[in-house]
Design a protein around this ligand. Structure first.
Ligand SMILES: [Zn+2]
Length: 415
């Protein structure tokens, strides 16, 4: 079945198109076509200015909370609020859609609701969360984690970027008070529902008739550090049988991770490594590498990770190398609010039919807020599945469907 076409609201089209066009050039790198909107840098500050402008154009009242998150209120701020939004920062050379699509769609949805003559019966806000990607200071969803208390303020202030600048210094330079950072339970208690629209970061919808999906869960996620220890020696004169080569153990561990993930229905990635001494003509003494593992359930994640570690240990015995494996972080599964999900599915059915329900392997502010607030997500189809790269894309038609769907959901929640 198919929805849109004539059903696409004129208000959605014009609001979405002009908002999108005004945000698109902000912080785009000419060389790569990607974005470097990192927390509190010039491009990020320009995005925050853009947010204030879009809110002002709609007569919304903007406030910055103690953690640097922006809130644009339609009408008076108050308890029982319906909140929508996303983030505007990016990964290095990130795409245009991850984050911004949710913020643009939120403002466009307000225009659609106004065009329908709707006025919210509840407090209503568009939120823009600070530092979602963690590209600069290494902690993803810093703004929402600080808000819920999942990230300690003292720890956050001391985080450093690659140039040695602390979050404290970066915030001070941006006229944001770092001393104010910290959990804000009062603000959270005032939110009745948070709905985040986001570009899909995979290809599940491309094989369906539906331009949108409702999120079911966010996969649990672990990061591990592996140190493979061997013996540095001459690349020309050391016989193969005399070597203790940690690169060999590492290489086999990469292959094992791929195999165990495939067999277990998980994903596993070695995306970062450091080699010592890092010489072309020297057998390495040490390889340090970081493993990212994600799976549909906490049980599968634990089982697959254990198999990868076991395989690495077995291989190191064979190579006569040593190995240390240490878990650096773990994020348990997030199940989005079942009542809210069902209500959204019911609201969307008349216009969109039975909307697919999808899990995702990507983290979001919505996943952090879900610990404190009834939370849901809407995904917009991404035809290539590419994300966190300049090729990230969603078709205008699908984005407009997303705006309409978000407006439908917000109208139902805020009536
Ligand atoms: Zn995002």
């Amino acid at each position: 079945m198919l929805f849109l076409n004539e059903a696409v609201d004129e208000a959605a089209a014009s609001a979405y198109t002009s908002l999108w066009a005004s945000l698109l050039p902000v912080g785009r790198e000419a060389g790569t076509g990607g974005y470097r909107r990192f927390a509190w840098n010039a491009a990020d500050l320009a995005c925050r200015e853009w947010f204030r402008g879009a809110a002002a154009d709609r007569g919304l009242t903007v406030e910055t909370d103690r953690n640097g998150n922006l809130w644009a209120w339609w009408g008076a701020k108050g308890p029982g609020a319906v909140v929508t939004g996303s983030h505007l920062d990016s990964v290095p050379d990130g795409g245009a859609f991850d984050g911004p699509l949710g913020v643009v769609s939120s403002f466009a949805a307000i225009d659609v609701l106004r065009a329908r003559g709707f006025r919210p019966g509840k407090p209503f806000a568009v939120a823009c969360f600070a530092d979602e990607e963690g590209a600069r200071f290494g902690v993803a969803c810093a703004g929402s984690r600080l808000l819920t208390g999942a990230l300690d303020a003292e720890r956050a202030r001391a985080l450093r970027d690659l140039d040695g600048v602390t979050m404290r210094e970066a915030m001070e330079r941006a006229d944001q008070d770092p001393e104010a950072l910290g959990a804000d339970p009062e603000r959270l208690a005032g939110i009745a529902a948070y709905v985040e629209l986001h570009v899909e970061q995979g290809k599940a919808l491309v094989h369906t008739e539906s331009p949108i999906a409702v999120a079911s869960s966010i996969w649990p996620h672990s990061r591990w550090r592996f140190d493979f220890l061997g013996e540095a020696n001459h690349a020309g004169t050391t016989r193969l049988e005399d070597r203790r080569d940690p690169m060999l153990t590492y290489a086999n561990t990469v292959l094992s991770a791929r195999k165990k993930a495939r067999q277990g229905g998980a994903v596993a990635t070695f995306g970062r490594m450091v080699v010592e001494p890092n010489g072309t003509n020297a057998i390495p003494s040490r390889v340090t590498a970081w493993l990212d593992v994600r799976a549909p359930s906490d049980e599968v994640l634990a089982a697959v990770t254990e198999e990868i570690v076991d395989a690495a240990v077995a291989r190191s015995d064979r190579d006569e190398t040593d190995i240390r494996a240490e878990r650096e972080s773990h994020t348990p599964i997030v199940e989005f609010d079942q009542v809210l999900r069902n209500r959204m599915a019911g609201t969307l059915r008349p216009s969109f039919g039975a909307v697919p329900v999808l899990p995702t392997g990507a983290g979001h502010d919505a996943g952090i807020l879900a610990a404190a607030v009834p939370t849901a997500m809407l995904y917009v189809r991404n035809p290539s599945g590419v994300s966190h790269a300049p090729g990230e894309h969603a078709d205008d038609r699908d984005c407009l469907a997303g705006v309409t769907a978000l407006a439908d959901v917000l109208q139902e929640l805020a009536q």
